[in-house]
Ligand binder design. Structure first.
Ligand code: SF4
Length: 392
């Protein structure tokens, strides 16, 4: 019997692997005059762009399918790979169809890339979007609202529709629908990880970074139906959480290697940009939807390495996640030279050690080609979890 999820998974795979962004060109043909806004990871408030008739598209660098020739010459050796391959994509013309670029304040590398981008591509609209690290409405909230208005004004100057409350409310509703489906996908994965492999959940989720929220919802509905209908057999695998690859993405083959090594990845942060706000964004009577977007960022943000947690103990959120998804252990999977992930990791490891949760650590680059050592390491880790247990 053929796999009922196969056709939709293939659609998602094509979107994820399309380094020439042909879908962006097709979208522009279907939406004459509308803008495509490329943005770097991790998070930007996608409903803001959709409300202005724009398609927000996340740019994750070149992965393992791109030869970086000129991109390397712009950077020193000791930073991550993503900015090199992103510059390469720009210089080879793969991003020509994009009208504007937004660089969120994820890390110094992305901040500096925004300045380089202005010099390299002076005809494109470029904005650095500064996210607050103060979460009080009067301070961080006011600052963030002003940032969003500034970026919106730049897009209007580039030809986007002006932002209206009605359009933004509708875009938030669409985003909330997508989020509910992503939650369903996650719940199914937690319950029956053998029914949806981590690599499939990855494709299903990442495809959404290339689509409008309502189009992603259509794809997710097809996929969820297919996943539920397909025959599936339970395996006695160790359940692990994977953390640290929220920006530069591991090669697809590396995710496949992990799942083939006896570990079920029950939850991960690969596509944190789509889940950076927990739960639906509430729209309140009498409140401007832009303020709803800001409030959601302030109070519903997922704890990440790029978000200040104040006095809350580091690692608390990870321990909660482990309990919630009944995980046995943690695999730290960070991009080499990723400052946010690697500076966070020792604090998270300490929290895990204190709670007696086993963990292991792997580093990668988006173009890593050797998976055998990871297979052996993850296989040994999975076996040890099954032999000696780890669930707190
Ligand atoms: S991989 Fe890490 S260091 Fe590199 S751009 Fe992303 S967040 Fe910054």
């Amino acid at each position: 019997m053929s796999d009922p999820a196969e056709a939709s998974l293939q659609k998602a795979k094509e979107l994820v692997e399309d380094l020439d962004f042909k879908h962006v060109t097709s979208w522009k043909t279907e939406h004459p005059g509308a803008l495509v806004v490329g943005h770097l990871p991790i998070y930007v408030p996608r409903p803001l762009f959709e409300a202005m008739g724009c398609l927000p598209v996340t740019i994750f660098g070149g992965g393992d399918q791109l030869d970086v020739v000129r991109g390397d010459s712009f950077f020193q050796s000791y930073i991550c790979h993503l900015p090199r391959s992103t510059v390469e994509l720009g210089l080879r013309g793969s991003l020509d169809a994009f009208d504007a670029f937004v660089f969120p304040s994820t890390c110094d590398v992305i901040r500096n890339l925004s300045g380089m981008w202005k010099m390299l591509f002076p005809k494109k609209a470029v904005a650095y979007l500064d996210m607050p690290q103060n979460f009080s409405p009067e301070l961080g909230g006011r600052f963030y609202a002003a940032e969003l208005r500034r970026v919106a004004a730049m897009l209007v100057q580039s030809g986007a529709k002006p932002l209206t409350s009605e359009a933004l409310s509708l875009a938030i509703v669409h985003e909330n629908q997508r989020q509910a489906l992503l939650d369903e996908l996650q719940a199914l994965r937690t319950q029956e990880p053998w029914r949806i492999r981590a690599s499939e959940a990855y494709l299903a989720t990442r495809a959404g970074t290339q689509l409008a929220a309502s189009d992603h919802s259509t794809l997710l509905l097809e996929l969820l139906k297919g996943f539920r209908e397909r025959p599936a057999r339970a395996y006695d695998n160790a359940r692990v959480v994977v953390v640290g690859s929220f920006c530069e993405q591991p090669p697809f083959g590396l995710i496949r290697t992990l799942e083939q090594s006896g570990c079920d990845i029950v939850v991960d942060d690969f596509q944190l940009g789509l889940t950076a706000i927990r739960g639906p964004i509430p729209l309140r009577e009498g409140e401007e939807p832009l303020d709803s977007l800001v409030r959601a960022f302030l109070v519903q943000g997922t704890p990440t390495a790029c978000r200040y947690v104040g006095n809350a103990p580091k690692g608390q959120a990870l321990l909660t996640q482990i309990k919630q998804h009944r995980a046995d252990g943690v695999v730290f999977l960070a991009a080499s030279f990723c400052d946010p992930a690697l500076l966070d990791q020792p604090m998270l490891e300490k929290a895990l050690d204190d709670a007696k949760v086993p963990h292991t650590s792997v580093k990668f680059s988006e173009n890593t080609a050797q998976f055998q050592p990871v297979r052996e390491q993850a296989g040994a880790f999975g076996d040890s979890l099954k032999l000696w247990g780890g669930r707190p």
